[in-house]
Design a protein around this ligand. Structure first.
Ligand code: TYD
Length: 206
């Protein structure tokens, strides 16, 4: 099973994935956590270009190709083999980030996003998407506190509001696949909510 975590800046995906991974491992599940962009040596190199090189003027269309390239490499060399071995794969972001950030944020055409995504991932799409929703004001303040501002965080508030709206629209449009969790509450409360959702999907009785 492939579970993707999505959300705006500072939504705490990494922390929640770590906590869920431990909970599932304690129950005997074989879990792999992955991150986008990155997750492979090629992906990590692409990640550096996309996030760290604030000196580069990367066009929106180029971003789409680079995020998709990192994804294409990871799906084939990491995600599919892990799923084949019966692992639960927890993914920190997925192509839905491209739809939100490059689609709503950078205004890149839907057709481009869908076509590149289709080539990049094929049938390997999430079985469940957990959206950690929070206002961009709160999320960006968290990131500033942690001193972790990357090239995309540095975008305008308007950009991040568009990203959030796009996520909420995707979740509303496909409630069977998406679950929305309020990410402005405490870490433990969010973890508990995520566990309920994932245990239900895995049919685990508690
Ligand atoms: P990261 O430091 O992992 O941020 P976060 O902790 O918020 O996930 O950086 C990922 C950044 O890349 C984040 O700003 C979102 C952006 N991104 C895209 O714009 N498009 C994409 O397809 C993906 C996967 C990420």
């Amino acid at each position: 099973m492939l579970i993707a975590f999505e959300g705006g800046e500072g939504s705490g995906k990494g922390t929640q994935i770590e906590m869920l991974k431990k909970s599932l491992a304690n129950l005997g599940y074989d879990v792999l956590d992955i991150i986008e962009p990155g997750g492979t040596p090629v992906g990590q190199t692409i990640r550096n270009i996309l996030l760290d090189r604030k000196d580069l003027d990367i066009l929106g269309i180029t971003e789409v190709f680079l995020f998709s390239a990192s994804r294409a490499q990871q799906v084939r060399t990491v995600t599919r083999p892990a799923l084949k071995q019966g692992k639960i794969v927890l993914s920190d972001r997925s192509f839905y980030s491209t739809y939100a950030y490059q689609g709503a944020g950078r205004r890149q055409p839907k057709e481009l996003l869908e076509q590149l995504t289709s080539f990049a991932v094929g049938e390997t799409t999430p079985d469940l998407v957990i959206l950690l929703d929070l206002s961009p004001e709160v999320g960006l303040a968290r990131k500033k506190d942690q001193n972790k501002i990357n090239r995309l965080d540095a975008e305008t508030l308007e950009f991040h509001k568009n990203v959030r709206d796009a996520y909420l629209t995707m979740a509303e449009t496909n409630p069977k696949l998406w679950r929305v969790v309020n990410a402005e509450t405490g870490v433990e409360e969010i973890h508990s909510r995520i566990k309920t959702i994932v245990f239900e999907a895995l049919k685990i009785d508690r």
